[in-house]
Design a protein around this ligand. Structure first.
Ligand code: HEM
Length: 453
């Protein structure tokens, strides 16, 4: 039951952080945020180096930043400036008029009907993955499910975005994208790092990766212009889009930034969500059994399609619940452009705002049995008992994830197809540690054994 005393907006508490906690921020920033919230409450203010930080852990405060006064909060933060070293001025990291123009031009590519149109391709990529699983099932050899999910989600987004031939281009693409993600993690853990143009071995790898992506994008643009590509890709929408307000088209550099952004934003997030989902199911056999019964009843041995998804409510709740306990985007930051009043407190211009779906989605004031995996947290009745922004794995307001429907459809199809054929069990004694990197990842992968059903 929701505790009504704490469901009111909290008052601000100023906290003096001991400098001894700096290593904790670098070592495990998520544990740092959790400890702050547990010790000091839902609305706290502390100085951190040059920044005035406001850490929010209450739905009303989150709604103010993401929705009500979202125009006053920019993405000029370390989190997004680090990502921008790779993604440039793509949707995830840009702001203001430029961001609005780009979003207007790209949004139609993510229309629900378009996303449903990619269902068959998503299923083909999943079946390709599963074709490789039979050998592991027969030999009892464990598989790293995290690696498998990273591969399938990259194939899916690569095909939807560029129309890449999964078999021919996947190896190169995987290599390039993983190098980029590695670099973002590295940069976010370094206080000082040499700029990319300095030819250190790491910088060279990143620059090679960026060149490789550039080549792939050039080839895809060329194929689209020659009419040799699937006209339903996101790239083709971006190539032909003319902004209705400015009459402008995207330049080659802007296209490149958006493509890299979508590859980075649409790949590891969905993979992380799926990986934790399979982990949670392995720890909750009763839920897994209920899920399998639902899938068998609806899909009945044939290939799942997007038409099945509305008839699979448990699948949808299990996905929502996995994204509650392990939200891939575990932290969202903003910078105040001008001074503002939030929950009765003054927020100075330039303040850094930190919001964590991970901490709020486990807040005992808003969630019964918050640490327990229970898909019934998402029955319509349960949803009515809590404020909208107690749950925000995809962010909210104008900057809501553009790929939320894409991710839900993709995850729904992958989960259904996997459970239709296999029972997955965690390898005994395999250590599962959640690492808050760009997304939350299992530090040692997720080694599981498979049994053919
Ligand atoms: C489970 C999977 C996913 C999760 C949890 C997720 C989460 C998020 C969150 C929290 C944001 C908002 C960040 C902020 O406000 O600062 C966001 C934005 C974004 N996401 Fe996702 N995402 C997922 C999948 C995808 C997919 C599949 C795509 C594309 C194919 C995608 C593309 C983007 C883009 C482009 C933005 C920036 C949107 C804008 O500001 O206009 N995401 N995502």
């Amino acid at each position: 039951m929701i505790d009504t005393a704490v469901s009111h907006p909290p008052t601000l508490k100023a906290v003096n952080l001991s400098p001894r906690r700096i290593p904790e921020i670098q070592g495990n920033p998520l544990a740092f945020l959790q400890r702050n919230a547990a010790e000091h409450g839902d609305f706290i203010h502390y100085p951190l180096g040059l920044w005035e930080v406001f850490q929010l852990n209450h739905p009303d405060l989150i709604e103010h930043i993401l929705v009500t006064n979202q125009r006053n909060y920019s993405k000029n933060t370390v989190q997004y400036n680090t990502l921008a070293k790779i993604t440039g001025r793509g949707l995830l990291t840009s702001d203001g008029r430029f961001w609005r123009r780009q979003r207007r031009m790209i949004q139609p590519a993510f229309h629900r009907q378009k996303v449903l149109g990619w269902g068959q391709m998503m299923m083909k990529a999943t079946q390709n993955m599963l074709a490789g699983w039979d050998k592991a099932a027969q030999s009892g050899q464990p598989l790293d499910i995290d690696e498998e999910m990273m591969a399938v989600t990259l194939n899916v987004v690569g095909e939807a975005l560029l129309g890449l031939d999964l078999q021919a281009d996947a190896g190169q693409l995987t290599h390039a994208v993983l190098t980029m993600l590695d670099y973002v993690v590295y940069r976010s853990q370094q206080l000082v790092a040499l700029p990319l143009m300095v030819p250190t071995p790491r910088n060279r790898r990143v620059r090679d990766g960026l060149h490789l992506l550039d080549d792939l994008i050039d080839k895809a643009i060329h194929d689209h212009e020659q009419g040799q590509a699937n006209p339903d890709t996101i790239l083709s929408q971006m190539l032909t889009a003319v902004d209705r307000e400015t009459n402008e088209r995207m330049s080659r550099d802007e296209l490149r930034d958006e493509v890299i952004t979508l590859l980075v934003a649409g790949h590891e997030t969905a993979a992380s969500g799926l990986t934790w989902l399979f982990y949670l199911l392995s720890q909750n056999p009763c839920v897994a059994a209920e899920l399998v019964a639902e899938i068998d009843g609806v899909v009945n041995g044939r290939l799942p399609t997007t038409d099945d998804l509305p008839n699979l409510p448990t699948v949808q709740r299990v996905i929502a619940e996995a994204l509650r306990l392990y939200p891939p985007a575990w932290v969202i930051t903003r910078r105040a452009i001008a001074a503002d009043t939030l929950g009765g407190a003054q927020i100075p211009a330039n303040a850094l705002i930190i919001m964590s779906p991970y901490t709020l989605q486990r807040h005992p004031a808003f969630w019964a049995n918050p640490d327990q995996f229970d898909p019934n947290h998402f029955t319509p009745e349960a949803e009515q008992t809590r404020p909208r922004y107690a749950y925000f794995p995809f962010g909210g307001g104008a900057r809501l994830c553009i790929g939320d429907q894409f991710a839900k459809v993709e995850m729904g199809l992958v989960v259904t197809a996997v459970l239709q054929k296999y029972r997955l069990q965690l390898l005994p004694n395999h250590p599962v540690i959640a690492d808050p990197l760009v997304t939350i990842r299992p530090r040692h992968g997720l080694m599981m054994t498979l049994q053919r059903r």
